[in-house]
Design a protein around this ligand. Structure first.
Ligand SMILES: NC(=O)c1ccc[n+]([C@@H]2O[C@H](COP(=O)([O-])OP(=O)(O)OC[C@H]3O[C@@H](n4cnc5c(N)ncnc54)[C@H](OP(=O)(O)O)[C@@H]3O)[C@@H](O)[C@H]2O)c1
Length: 293
């Protein structure tokens, strides 16, 4: 079994987690909608992740909806003491599988209650407020109203720590005037590096940066440089993509998603993959080469 501790640990809110974690989104059905294709395999992935040392799982009630949270509960409850389950709120699925903003005070309160019930928890360790933004990613706009609601739920003891997702540096700054922001979850990977400066700022303030789509998301990364480095190191391109993120900054926490046991094992083994300096330079160039002219 792989040693995921080789990637180190980081303080997420009040808890120390291994930097290599797991994202549960891929466990729902096609299009993150409905039940999994293979329920037994989904349960097996969750159990093996935790048995292998994963103690940070990212989820949401809008995966399915409700599907991944109920799978997590079935597979892992009662939870190990060190397991940190992070959810996000701010969206609701339509009957047509659409993703719709759900930001009213009632939406946000019921989302936290629903997550607690479906996961079988009394308090959520970390809740990310997910801003819908634009099709291209984050879009400026005040986060004060919804974040104030979430901060009130924190005061009531339903939520220990708060994070933001799909946000700009300005929105994080605004958020910090309302409550402590322990983590930021934005899209970032070896080929999409718009958040480079933000990651370093968050590292200086002790906040975690949790990239979503670390492997490219629904269309996993494809790059000749990734393939070349992987060949030289006797690794796979996805392991190299994860190893690059581990090396990129100490506050990056990984939540690669998979519904496959073989991919889970492969991803966790990336914790111990050391990248030589020439490989890092080659990988750094991927984003420059894929940036729009
Ligand atoms: N805050 C947000 O807005 C937001 C948005 C998206 C996702 N997330 C979170 O971020 C997590 C990670 O994102 P993600 O799951 O969408 O994308 P990802 O981790 O970048 O990639 C997942 C995709 O890569 C495939 N994959 C995984 N490991 C692989 C391997 N070793 N070799 C080849 N293919 C592999 C998966 O398919 P298989 O199932 O076949 O392995 C899946 O298609 C999610 O699970 C979710 O918790 C958050």
């Amino acid at each position: 079994m792989s040693d995921i501790k080789a990637a180190g640990t980081f303080a997420l809110g009040g808890r120390i987690v291994n930097r290599l974690g797991y994202g549960a989104m891929q466990l729902a059905g096609p299009g993150v909608f409905g039940p999994p294709r293979d329920r037994h395999s989904a349960i097996a992935v969750l159990r093996e992740a935790v048995e292998s040392g994963v103690n940070h799982i990212d989820t949401s009630d809008y995966y399915g909806p409700y599907v991944t949270n109920r799978l997590i509960r079935e597979a892992l409850h009662p939870y190990p003491d060190d397991l940190v389950i992070v959810t996000k709120i701010g969206a609701r699925r339509g009957d047509d599988a659409s993703w719709n903003p759900a930001m009213s005070p009632d939406d946000l309160k019921s989302a936290v209650q629903d997550n607690l019930r479906n996961l079988g928890l009394d308090v959520m360790e970390v809740v990310n407020l997910r801003i819908m933004g634009s099709a291209q990613g984050p879009a400026e706009g005040s986060v004060e109203a919804p974040l104030t609601v979430l901060a009130e739920l924190q005061r009531q003891g339903l939520v220990r720590h708060i994070g933001l997702s799909n946000v700009t540096a300005k929105q994080i700054e605004e958020g910090r005037r309302i409550c402590d922001i322990v983590c930021v979850q934005n899209m970032y990977n070896v080929a999409h590096r718009e958040d480079d400066a933000l990651i370093d700022d968050l590292a200086r303030s002790g906040a975690a940066y949790v990239p979503f789509f670390p492997l490219g998301g629904f269309t996993p990364l494809q790059s000749t440089a990734l393939n070349a480095v992987a060949d030289r190191l006797g690794a796979t391109p996805m392991q190299v993509a994860l190893a690059w993120l581990i090396r990129r900054a100490p506050n990056i926490l990984l939540i690669p998603g998979t519904s496959s046991l073989a991919h889970l094992r492969e991803n966790l083994a990336a914790a111990a993959l050391a990248l030589p300096a020439d490989a890092v330079s080659e990988l750094d160039a991927i984003a420059k080469n894929s940036a729009p002219a």
